[in-house]
Design a protein around this ligand. Structure first.
Ligand SMILES: [Fe+2]
Length: 181
């Protein structure tokens, strides 16, 4: 049984008692032990996007849904992150900074049922490699929507300020491709 209000409360308490990601990761891990229960509580996703479940200066909780085969360009969060998938798959490429550009440094393929933590300085790009929607809860140890974040052009790999309008457009375009497929 997954209760969203209780989950948010548990994340808030975990964040308050632990500066690091560890206590929150335990909360997320426990929540997604039963991915079907999260799926049932949050509702079957119809389209890609990111929905705000909770936001403060020190904690952001988002419900992410990725369209089939969509990719989001490399970006940072300026905060640790805990990612808990409850359906589908998320392929992450991790990038290392090299001057104004980045180079690929590692990868992880996330699956439902196990929460994964990303460090504060991580730069990653995300692909949903399957032909179904992928859904996850993302928890950040800061304000995800605060200024100061960066994204990197997927073609030139050059850094630029993170552009939320552009990200929302990428999700809209992914939905349009998905619905016309
Ligand atoms: Fe991210």
């Amino acid at each position: 049984m997954f209760d969203l209000e209780r989950f948010i409360e548990d994340c808030r308490h975990a964040r308050a008692e632990d500066e690091s990601h560890k206590a929150v990761r335990e909360v997320v891990n426990e929540a997604i032990t039963d991915p079907g229960a999260v799926f049932a509580a949050l509702g079957e996703p119809r389209e890609a996007g990111f929905k705000e479940l909770y936001r403060s200066d020190s904690l952001t909780i988002l419900n992410f849904t990725w369209a089939p085969l969509m990719t989001l360009m490399p970006h940072n969060h300026n905060a640790w992150a805990v990612i808990g998938l409850y359906s589908g798959r998320e392929d992450n490429i991790f990038w290392r900074k090299n001057g104004n550009r980045i180079e690929a440094a590692g990868a992880d393929s996330l699956m439902p049922g196990k929460a994964v933590a990303l460090g504060k300085d991580i730069v990653h790009s995300v692909t949903n490699p399957i032909e179904k929607l992928t859904s996850a809860i993302h928890v950040y140890g800061g304000d995800f929507f605060a200024d100061g974040r960066s994204e990197w052009d997927p073609e030139t790999l050059e850094e630029a300020p993170f552009d939320f309008d552009k990200s929302r457009r990428i999700f809209r375009e992914a939905n349009a491709r998905f619905s016309s497929a």
